[in-house]
Design a protein around this ligand. Structure first.
Ligand SMILES: NC(=O)C1=CN([C@@H]2O[C@H](COP(=O)(O)OP(=O)(O)OC[C@H]3O[C@@H](n4cnc5c(N)ncnc54)[C@H](OP(=O)(O)O)[C@@H]3O)[C@@H](O)[C@H]2O)C=CC1
Ligand SMILES: CC[C@](O)(C(C)=O)C(=O)O
Ligand SMILES: [Mg+2]
Ligand SMILES: [Mg+2]
Length: 341
């Protein structure tokens, strides 16, 4: 059974006695900085020169400094730039300015697991990885709830790295929901596997094939969009609340029977073999090397694949259809106040 942590297992005073630098102010960065600040922690945001995010962070009442300056004064440095940028940011701005006993924090283990960052022995190396997108992490916190996080310590130089990591997770609101003990290796490999094979890669391809099958058979794209994309959220919400069993209970018997007899015709045992191959590439570093080499070359493969995905007909249909209906509310609407909470 996994080891779980809740609010009572952590002392907020530990992180409240530290100066924390949050590097980056994107999806996770804004959520960490604002949640910690609202939990009474002294926070500074570290951004590159000319950063587009500076004005936003300052508007939200945060102190912003250039990355090296923010790091120089910090007891805890949370690195929340994109994974592919972390190696360069660390070498150029963080490592040369880091206090000898400062703790390094991550929200994903990629750079530690694959050796792109190797912190010196004097630093605690911890992870608080929220299991949800940054905008949800912030919204849940403001609503008095929390997004669960998984928590790890890779290097315990101080002897109290776990107290620090748990205190940070509590200030994020994560322990209201619950934290799970993990390792950098387990988090990195399972996170990459989950997003590639099921959550992002698997689901995206399933939607595209479903949409193509219906429209190529002559059905209207708008109807196909509803059937293979829009309703997915409603089905996933049921699965999230009560497992696949609750989804099958709530849907019609027709849908449930079709699930049993046709599901295995779509997702065949071959798919599981493909999943094992994807996992092997994650475990032996093949995926990480391909991703970083492409990024280092200016991301030609990434950009071509991104453009191909954005031009898929299901995206065009969705763009037009979502303009017409109330469900279009996005995180940006919540942020700028144009949507009611
Ligand atoms: N997205 C998510 O919800 C989740 C992310 N994570 C992890 O959290 C970490 C952060 O991810 P995410 O929040 O998506 O990142 P984002 O892409 O949202 O980060 C954007 C921020 O990073 C800054 N940045 C980008 N490139 C550089 C650079 N070369 N030098 C300096 N600053 C840079 C940007 O600066 P500027 O403002 O100047 O543009 C911006 O402030 C990653 O490790 C990720 O795996 C974990 C769980 C979920
Ligand atoms: C599912 C994608 C994710 O792993 C996440 C939000 O947890 C990410 O890397 O963004
Ligand atoms: Mg994830
Ligand atoms: Mg991920």
């Amino acid at each position: 059974m996994a080891e779980m942590f809740y609010d009572d297992d952590a002392d907020l005073g530990v992180i409240q006695s530290k100066k924390v630098a949050i590097i980056g102010y994107g999806s996770q960065g804004h959520a960490h900085a604002l949640n910690l600040r609202d939990s009474g922690v002294e926070v500074v945001v570290g951004l590159r020169d000319g950063s587009a995010s500076r004005a936003k962070a300052e508007e939200q009442g945060l102190i912003v400094k250039e990355i090296g300056e923010a790091v120089a004064d910090a007891d805890v440095v949370m690195i929340l730039t994109p994974d592919q940028a972390q190696r360069g940011v660390y070498a150029e701005h963080i490592e040369p300015n880091l206090k000898p006993d400062a703790a390094l924090f991550f929200a994903h283990g990629f750079n530690i697991r694959y050796g792109y960052i190797t912190p010196g022995e004097g630093h605690d190396v911890c992870m608080v990885a929220p299991k949800g997108p940054g905008h949800t992490v912030r919204r849940q916190f403001e609503d008095g709830r929390g997004v669960p996080a998984i928590i790890a310590v890779e290097q315990d130089a101080s002897g109290s790295a776990w107290d620090l990591a748990l205190s940070y997770a509590k200030a994020m609101g994560a322990l209201r929901a619950g934290g799970i003990k993990t390792t950098f290796t387990e988090e990195t490999e399972t996170d990459l596997f989950g997003e590639q094979s099921v959550l992002c890669g698997g689901v995206s391809k399933l939607i595209q094939y479903g949409f193509e099958t219906l429209t190529e058979a002559g059905y209207q794209p708008e109807i196909a969009y509803f059937e293979v994309l829009h309703e997915l959220k409603l089905i996933v919400d049921l699965i999230n609340e009560g497992g696949i069993t609750k989804q099958r209970w709530s849907c019609s018997d027709t849908a449930e029977y079709g699930d049993y007899v046709s599901g295995p015709r779509i997702i065949t045992p071959e798919v599981k073999e493909n999943m094992k191959a994807v996992l092997a590439d994650i475990q032996d570093g093949t995926f990480a090397t391909r991703f970083i080499e492409d990024q280092d070359a200016g991301a030609p493969e990434f950009e071509a694949l991104r453009a191909e995905g954005q031009n898929h007909p299901v995206e065009k249909t969705g763009q037009e259809l979502r303009k017409l209906f109330a469900w279009k509310t996005t995180d940006a609407d919540y942020e700028d106040g144009s949507a009611a909470r």
